[in-house]
Every structure is written in structure tokens, then in C-alpha cells.
Design a protein around this ligand. Sequence first.
Ligand SMILES: C[S@@+](CC[C@H](N)C(=O)[O-])C[C@H]1O[C@@H](n2cnc3c(N)ncnc32)[C@H](O)[C@@H]1O
Length: 212
Amino acid sequence: MIYQPKDVFYRRAKEEGYRSRAAYKLLELNRRFRLIRPGDRVVDLGSAPGGWLQVASRLTGPAGRVLGVDIQPIEPFKEENILIIRGDVTSEECQEKITGLLGSRVDCVLSDLSPRLSGIRDADVRRSADLVRSALQAACRLLRPGGNFLVKTFVGEELKALSLELERHFRSLQRTRPESTRKGSSEIYLCAQGFRGETCDLMPTEGKLKSP
Ligand SMILES: C[S@@+](CC[C@H](N)C(=O)[O-])C[C@H]1O[C@@H](n2cnc3c(N)ncnc32)[C@H](O)[C@@H]1O
């Protein structure tokens, strides 16, 4: 990937007070797919440093709630509708903590989860796919029927299998690359809408939530 440290979205994020340039991806995808509405309850998996949390907080408004989860610490927000917790979303413990905190099902689950990139393409694609499966498992636990799920992955041999898994659980699926995705990046977003309300049968292994 070509490294572009201070591109237009980076500079815009600085000017407009977003914590990351990733904020513009969610703004664009929400404009196109209406994933988040005022008053919604949203869970954001892999949310540090918090650009998506800021966007989701604005979209849901004061009547909505946004819960952010990351393995890395996240600086607190002034917005009162954002709650953050630290944890590994692939662990059973963390997923139980999220469900316990929420109490009831949510309208939208977002996942911008990224593995620490090794530069070995096939390994990175596989690790990203594992994160998508953990995020899907969390989404099946957390979403209300009809809810929406947006998840990042990388283009690669797992993409077709992941798309099929999502299609089993959602009424519609779009694959898309926002304009603000860096040139040369193989990231792609799967936008799944209309959760069918069925449980996800990926089996947890040794305390971690993994694909079979
Ligand atoms: C691309 S960043 C997210 C950027 C974020 N959407 C924003 O707008 O600022 C991906 C995040 O995934 C987190 N992550 C990766 N694996 C994780 C895991 N197993 N559990 C929780 N967070 C994880 C990383 O720590 C990183 O902060």
C-alpha cells in the first residue's frame, strides 16, 4: 500500500475534530445505506481511537446510545451517549460483558476491526477473516431482528465464504469501498442489512470465539 501520511481525509479529520480519517468512511457508508438512525443503539467493535464513535454518536443523537470496544485504550469522550470498554472482542468474556452492559438488543453493529498487519498478505487476510467471524458472532448475539451490520475485511480468498455466511443471516448484502479508503489498500466493507434473527453457529474454541 502507498503510504500517504497527510492526505485530504487526514487533514479534514484534524480540521473537523474527528479522531481518525476513518470517520469519513462511516459518514459515506451511512449516507449510502442508512445504517444508523436517530435514537438507535449501536455497538462499535474495534473502535480506537474513536472516529466512528464520534460519527455514530452524532447520527444517533442524544436519544441514542453507542458502545465502543477495543483491545487498546480509548480516550474518554465528552459526548454523554458514548460508553467505552476495553477488551478482546474474540473472547467469550468480552462478548458476555457487552451483552451484560446492553441489557437488550441493539439496532446496529459496526466492526472496523483490523489485525496488526504482518505484511504477509495471505496471513493478514486470514486473520482479518477470523475477526469478521468473531464480529458476526457478536452481531448475532447483539442485534434485534431487522438490525444492520457493517464489517471491514480484506479482498482475498475468504471473501466469498464470508459473504455467504453473512447472506445466511441478513436479508441483503453489499460489498463496497468508500472513497476515503487509501489507494492501494485491499480493504472492503460488507454492509449487511435486515438481520434475520437467527443465532450464529460458529463454535467457541478454548475460550476464544473462532470459526470451525
Ligand atoms: C482501523 S482501527 C479502528 C478505527 C476506528 N474505526 C476509528 O474510527 O477510529 C482497528 C482497531 O481494531 C482493534 N482491534 C483489533 N483486534 C481487536 C480485538 N481482538 N479486540 C478488540 N479490538 C481489536 C485495534 O486495536 C484497532 O484499534
